[in-house]
Design a protein around this ligand. Structure first.
Ligand SMILES: [Fe+2]
Length: 284
């Protein structure tokens, strides 16, 4: 089974009118090259511009990929909150997006994101909460399970002033470790998906530490314990735009980097019938 993983597309057709055509070409190449499944780990759009999300939905649809077996797409902070802009025009827009990204509005925005790509998540007609969601795909020895989390933390002056810190809420961690979920994952090749980087880099200066604080995944050790309980082999994420693989406590973390920066470079994972796997960053 072949999985193509990309992240941090940052679509913004207002600023870059070609970006939708470019991503459509990339999606077509991925499926033409025989990948069974495409994973997108968030920051699909740059400034929470939902017209571009709808356009991406149409791209999946006309390429026959708007289906949970073909694509898994989860949100990043830019999909809900946008980005922090320092220009005189940008400050007002940033402030208004920040205020729209708290409390109930925050929950609604996350829900709206998932609604746009609903066919890629579930066939169930009624759904109240999306995360975490689990899919079992054919592949490996006994199936490949994707466990998707939302790591987008709501905006707040004290805890998330630029909107870029992440958190996998205790409710999601609790839901993921219920017996039914553990049973569904038992014996599978389990892959966790979330947006925020588990590891960024080792800070050497106070400026490094401040930068890392502004975009880190908080309470990540608790989340690591959840992943261990779920027997996760691979964890896929993006957020910090650096393609790399690193191991923590036996889990292989893969940051695909930003496909916008890397152009056509993707994280390519092949899972064999005996559950052995290989990984490389390749151009498609
Ligand atoms: Fe991000």
């Amino acid at each position: 089974m072949k999985i193509a993983h990309i992240s941090d597309i940052h679509l913004d057709s207002q600023r870059n009118p070609n970006c939708l055509a470019e991503i459509e070409e990339l999606i077509q190449r991925v499926f033409d090259k025989g990948y069974d499944h495409l994973v997108i780990t968030g920051d699909v759009v740059d400034v929470a511009n939902y017209d571009d999300l709808w356009a991406l939905r149409e791209i999946f649809k006309r390429n026959g990929a708007l289906h949970w077996e073909r694509v898994t797409i989860i949100p990043g902070n830019h999909d809900v909150f946008g980005k922090y802009e320092f220009t005189s025009n940008g400050v007002g827009a940033t402030a208004s997006r920040a205020l729209q990204s708290t409390g109930l509005n925050f929950a609604k925005k996350l829900h709206e994101f998932c609604d746009i790509f609903r066919e890629t998540i579930t066939e169930e007609p009624e759904i109240t909460t999306y995360f975490p969601f689990v899919k079992v795909l054919s592949g490996g020895k006994n199936g490949v399970a994707l466990v998707s989390f939302s790591s987008v933390l709501e905006w707040s002056v004290r805890h998330n002033p630029v909107g870029s810190r992440g958190y996998i809420h205790a409710e999601q961690r609790h839901a993921a470790t219920q017996k039914e979920v553990l049973d569904a994952l038992n014996g599978r090749f389990n892959i966790a998906l979330f947006h925020h980087a588990y590891r960024i880099f080792e800070p050497k200066t106070a400026a490094d530490a401040a930068f890392i604080w502004s975009m880190e995944l908080i309470e990540r050790e608790s989340f690591l314990n959840t992943m261990k309980k779920l027997n996760v082999k691979i964890a896929l994420h993006g957020h910090y735009h650096k393609a790399e693989v690193y191991a923590i406590d036996g889990i292989a973390f893969m940051n695909s980097g930003s496909v916008r920066d890397a152009r056509t470079k993707i994280n390519s994972i092949v899972i064999h019938d005996d559950d052995a796997y290989s990984q490389e960053f390749v151009k498609v």
